[in-house]
Design a protein around this ligand. Sequence first.
Ligand SMILES: [Zn+2]
Ligand SMILES: [Zn+2]
Length: 255
Amino acid sequence: MRLTTIGTGTAAPTPGRVQSGHLVEAGRVRLLMDCGSGVTTRLADLGLRWQEITHVAITHFHADHVVDLPTILYAWRYGQLPPRSAPLAIIGPVGTLKLLSGFASIFGQGLLSLGFPISVHEFAPGSESALGDDVTLRCVKVPHTNESMAYSVERHGRRIVYTGDTGPDDLLGRWAEGCDVLLAECSLPDSMAIATHLTPTQCGALGAAAQPGVLALTHFYPPVEAVDIRGEVGAQFSGTVALATDGWTLDLEER
Ligand SMILES: [Zn+2]
Ligand SMILES: [Zn+2]
């Protein structure tokens, strides 16, 4: 399995960081988790085969996680020759169908009839689904918006967990326990802590609870980049920490 952080930014325009989006390549599965502004173009910047994405999973409905969905849907129809024919699965919380029909009401119904099959799967928290080729996707509710979920992607003994946007949550730490990579949001400095995002100290506590092989941090608002993220995380968690950038990649050899 391979994880590539495509977009490590937020709602705040930040040089070098587009909004949220992360690619997991596992067997024949190409899973894009979140699709914020700039993610489609960044996939191309990084030379990644956006044409071959098989699944898109959305953590929640904030614009910085979903607003590039129409962009990538149209890219598959009008941005490649020949146009896409392979099926696409879109996964998300309850409300994903409404989100997509909302986009279609703005951009036209053609958005969802592009000449390739699109299936939409609304996951309740706790759901588990086989994506094909031995890849399992699971989700758990996290404290951010009502619908917000974290995802776990597993194949052949390896596990990647992506928190999406979340506040501190003991259950999330236990749920992620022992994963190979914990990709966690790190939005705000401790001095600006709120219940619905994580600070470096809280990311460290999450890492201490989950004990991942690598704690990779993403979703940085500019004020958090002004503090010693590594030092503050390291005071809580002694394992490996990575500060993700757009294009950061980690390969996990399957067992
Ligand atoms: Zn966000
Ligand atoms: Zn959010």
